[in-house]
Design a protein around this ligand. Structure first.
Ligand code: HH2
Length: 262
């Protein structure tokens, strides 16, 4: 899953793709690099200093890009939003995934997904998109996130979303310290055992930067290390800013993962 942030302030690509033509060009480029899904977001959720964005601003950023891509992009489109007003327009303009970092906390979001029978990504987070880092406290992070995801998946099914369309995500960096992220990554088999495809969004995040370094190349190497572990453990989707190296990493890690003896 290639990340495309049409925001002024995302932590990694903020400001790069505010121009719709540039954003659309990046979507085509990522598809050409092997991204199987393009995830477009118009609200930053970085741990420090993000601001909530009203739906009309999210839409003003997204719609021109979706219009440029509609019917032309060869791979499915995902919209990274918590807001049903935004998801609804994106679905009309061709999106087939709702990536909701609040795991369908807005009841209308589940109805929309059921009506459209689109794919949904349900992510774990505590607190809101702008203050989640204050909630990074757990008795046992793995148990708590597992319980949350299982409950949200069940709620989505009860709302009429087909089980085959539900993807779960433990939410690396969302109300999580680096140690929490590593505990999740070391126990991915337990998340896979929930029986839904798993998505991991580690790309260039600060827990990687702390160990790998600040330079782009170091961030990509660190991201690939995490993604290799994730795919070998059975993770189905890796959300990345740099699809080309991620595709190679995933191909090799998947070969190792599928050679596992039980
Ligand atoms: N991470 C970010 C945004 N959306 N969605 C899912 N499902 N999983 C993630 O881990 C995830 C996500 C944050 O990364 P990014 O989009 O690069 O930054 P920003 O929130 O600053 O736009």
């Amino acid at each position: 899953m290639g990340v495309l942030n049409v925001t002024p302030d995302s932590f990694s690509d903020g400001g790069l793709y505010l121009d719709p033509e540039r954003a659309a060009a990046r979507a085509f480029e990522m598809a050409g690099e092997g991204a199987a899904i393009i995830d477009i977001g118009a609200e930053s959720t970085r741990p420090y200093g993000a601001r909530e964005v009203p739906a009309d601003i999210e839409l003003a950023r997204l719609v021109p890009v979706l219009e440029l891509l509609q019917g032309k992009l060869q791979v499915p489109l995902s919209v990274d939003t918590r807001k049903p007003e935004v998801a609804s327009v994106a679905l009309e303009l061709g999106a087939s995934f709702i990536n909701d970092i609040s795991a369908l906390s807005h009841p209308r979001m589940a109805e929309l997904a059921a009506e459209h029978q689109c794919f949904v990504v349900l992510m774990h987070m505590k607190g809101g998109p702008t203050d989640h880092i204050r909630f990074a406290s757990y008795a046992n992070v793995v148990d708590e996130v597992l319980t949350f995801l299982a409950e949200r998946a069940l709620a989505a099914e009860r709302a009429g979303i087909d089980r085959s369309r539900i993807i779960l995500d433990p939410g690396l960096g969302f109300a999580k310290t680096p140690q929490h992220n590593f505990a999740i990554l070391a126990n991915l088999d337990r998340f896979c055992a929930l029986g839904y495809p798993l998505l991991i969004g580690a790309s260039r995040k600060s827990f990687i930067r702390n160990l790998a370094g600040e330079q782009k190349e170091e961030l990509i190497l660190g991201t690939n290390a995490v993604n290799a572990v994730a795919v070998a453990a059975g993770v189905a989707i890796i959300r990345v800013h740099d699809p080309r190296p991620a595709v190679v990493t995933a191909r090799i890690a998947a070969a190792i993962g599928s050679a596992r003896q039980t």
